[in-house]
Design a protein around this ligand. Sequence first.
Ligand SMILES: C[S@@+](CC[C@H](N)C(=O)[O-])C[C@H]1O[C@@H](n2cnc3c(N)ncnc32)[C@H](O)[C@@H]1O
Length: 348
Amino acid sequence: METTDTHSEPDKLNINAPGRPVEKECNNVNQDTDCKNSATDVNINEKCSGEVEGGGTKDMDPEQAYAEGKISKKQLKRLRREEAWRKKKEFLKTKRKEQRRLEAQKRKEKGEPNKKRLRLEFEKRLETSDITISVDLSFDDLMMEQDIKKLMKQIERCYAVNKRAPVPVQMHLSSLGGRCRHRMETAIAGWQGWKVGMDSDLYTEVFERERIVYLTSDSPNTLSTLEPGKVYIIGGLVDHNSHKGLCYQRACEAGVGHAQLPIAQFVKIQSRKVLAVNHVFEIMLAYLELQDWQEAFLRVIPPRKGVEAITADQAGEVVTEIEKGEEPPNKGGPAVGEGNSALLDRDS
Ligand SMILES: C[S@@+](CC[C@H](N)C(=O)[O-])C[C@H]1O[C@@H](n2cnc3c(N)ncnc32)[C@H](O)[C@@H]1O
């Protein structure tokens, strides 16, 4: 399974060729049923140019067409809405272009490399990376629309951080489909050019089982390091704690290794140790860069979680607690993490 280029080009995705927005024309505004798209459900290339029976009104001013009785009031209103929407899009496009120009100018003034050079440097760093992080997107049907949006924002953030990371990872998305895929195609600019592997299949169909470590805060195993060749799976789930233990359960059912991040060994946090997808991803990148879990946690975990470093003595106590801790329910998976030298402790 390649996790770069090959999967990032839409035509080469394992998923069905994504439904690219196509330039559609809807020329008949006399028949409402033929041209119902509103600004919210139409794609941006779609246009309704206002041709009416009797001909001659294609691209004509809707106000004039209305004044001449060639279109109804309802049609006029819709055309006005579409026009306003087109103008807004154009305005935003120009604004973004200007922003990019200013950023490029600033980078130049500071002597920083331009975007093209940054991209080439990233691609070069990526060539030597042999750790994969795959986000498991098989929870699509368990999330509300707003959580799908949040999740895809988190994934966008993961990609942006990976691009800048001194030690990037091979990023991958598995079970990409449904609303996540739709959101990706419609709301994430430039996703087609991402250096990210994408598959519609479950991660177990994509990677060899022995390489897989499912990350879950409910695992009794704790990571001590990140191993080359391994594939770390992050559950693509924004659930506000409503599906407690689900990822652990799924990992056990799939019969793959699993582990939690060594949070308690290095930092104290006031709130739950269940982190968001992008925080887990960023912690791993920070660890690869710094080779120090404590620094990685302190850098990434948001201060609102009340994060504090702990001393080596305290860390010792915490490990003992974990070893004595209650055994979490094992949902029938095999002995997980067997022979995995990257696990600090294993009590199941
Ligand atoms: C918001 S959490 C999902 C919580 C979900 N209820 C569950 O069953 O894990 C998103 C993902 O981040 C990863 N994650 C969060 N906190 C973690 C931790 N302390 N250790 C390891 N992975 C963690 C897991 O892969 C998890 O599926």
